[in-house]
Design a protein around this ligand. Structure first.
Ligand SMILES: NC(=O)c1ccc[n+]([C@@H]2O[C@H](COP(=O)([O-])OP(=O)(O)OC[C@H]3O[C@@H](n4cnc5c(N)ncnc54)[C@H](OP(=O)(O)O)[C@@H]3O)[C@@H](O)[C@H]2O)c1
Length: 298
């Protein structure tokens, strides 16, 4: 067992839930694992095998007694993470995992993508804060696109009609990791110490071309998809319309629809992968797709 005590924020989210399951599975490795939820949300965790701290995300009292905080918050709270870090540091937290789990947003080509703006702000804040706070460290987990979400309706797939309308052109490089593997990489990473203020861990379950990923889906399902490629500018026009209407979420979402076939939906666009630091074999996409479609049919 380590002397690590973990507080997880966003435990009911798309990633937070599998993260919590992985923490529960590896509970013996940690001194303490708990969820932080606001009082209005805390009751939804009452049947789970986990300690729940009901309190404000911005009050140091909520963070007392924890060494590590994992923030798996979604878009609405993304830009508010600095306030969580302030509260956590005041309470004595030594290590903060920011809500990341994306492609490497340090890549120049996607650096200015609207979807990532809040994450860039949090990165800049963490760099500055850690440089002024002795003993405080942060981790950014970079994982590529979630395999389960990569060929989703959001990116233009229709799994009943067996069609796909994708912004971009064929042949783009892509990196994906399945959600349970992302949870495992994240939980395992807590036991990998490092020197210095901050680190970026880049892991990827599968790397290839988007066409290859679609072929994996076709093999898993035993079907063929009719794919249409749409000019990227159409998404950019919709993004701009949303911006002018002050529709922040719409603006964010149209910006990221172009990521799939951009060639930059990868974890290793800037630095090398760190998969060698971990001792398990990730799922390949056809296994993930087989699992997802089996679950959907069950
Ligand atoms: N690479 C990829 O393909 C990919 C795909 C998806 C997500 N991600 C990343 O993964 C991370 C997590 O995203 P997600 O999709 O899992 O987020 P999500 O499903 O939206 O979950 C957000 C979590 O925050 C909680 N929350 C929201 N408002 C709250 C409030 N006011 N007080 C307390 N808790 C609140 C939610 O609780 P409730 O359930 O009660 O609202 C939920 O647990 C993000 O950084 C996201 O960008 C990456």
């Amino acid at each position: 067992m380590t002397d690590i005590s973990v507080l997880l924020i966003g435990a009911s989210g798309a990633l937070g839930k599998p993260l919590l399951e992985e923490f529960v599975r590896q509970k013996k490795q940690f001194e303490r694992v708990a969820i932080l939820a606001t009082p209005d949300r805390a009751s939804k965790f009452k049947d789970l095998d986990a300690e729940v701290i009901a309190g404000s995300l911005y009050d140091p009292v909520s963070y007392r007694g924890f060494s590590h905080v994992i923030s798996a918050v979604g878009n609405a709270l993304m830009v508010l993470q600095p306030a969580m870090v302030e509260a956590a540091i005041t309470a004595g937290v030594r290590h903060f995992y920011a809500s990341e789990w994306n492609s490497d947003i340090a890549q120049r080509e996607i650096y200015d993508m609207r979807y990532f703006r809040d994450k860039q702000a949090v990165r800049a804040y963490l760099r500055a804060k850690a440089s002024q706070t002795p003993g405080f460290q942060y981790t950014l987990m970079v994982t590529g696109i979630f395999t389960e979400w990569a060929l989703d309706e959001f990116y233009g797939f229709d799994h009943k009609a067996l069609t796909a309308e994708i912004y971009g052109e064929p042949g783009a490089r892509i990196g994906v990791t399945s959600i349970p593997d992302i949870a495992r990489y994240t939980v395992d990473s807590l036991r990998i110490p490092f020197e210095g203020q901050g680190r970026t861990l880049r892991v990827q379950g599968w790397t290839g071309k988007l066409d290859g990923l679609i072929a994996e889906l076709e093999i898993a399902r035993g079907v063929k998809y009719a794919v249409t490629w749409v000019v990227v500018n159409e998404a950019k026009v919709k993004e701009e319309h949303a911006r002018l209407k002050e529709d922040d979420l719409g603006e964010m979402m149209f910006s990221i629809k172009t990521l799939l076939a951009s060639g930059h939906g990868v974890a290793d666009g800037v630095g090398r992968l760190d998969n060698h630091l971990f001792d398990f074999q990730p799922e390949i996409p056809r296994q993930t797709f087989a699992r997802v479609f089996e679950d959907n049919l069950a």
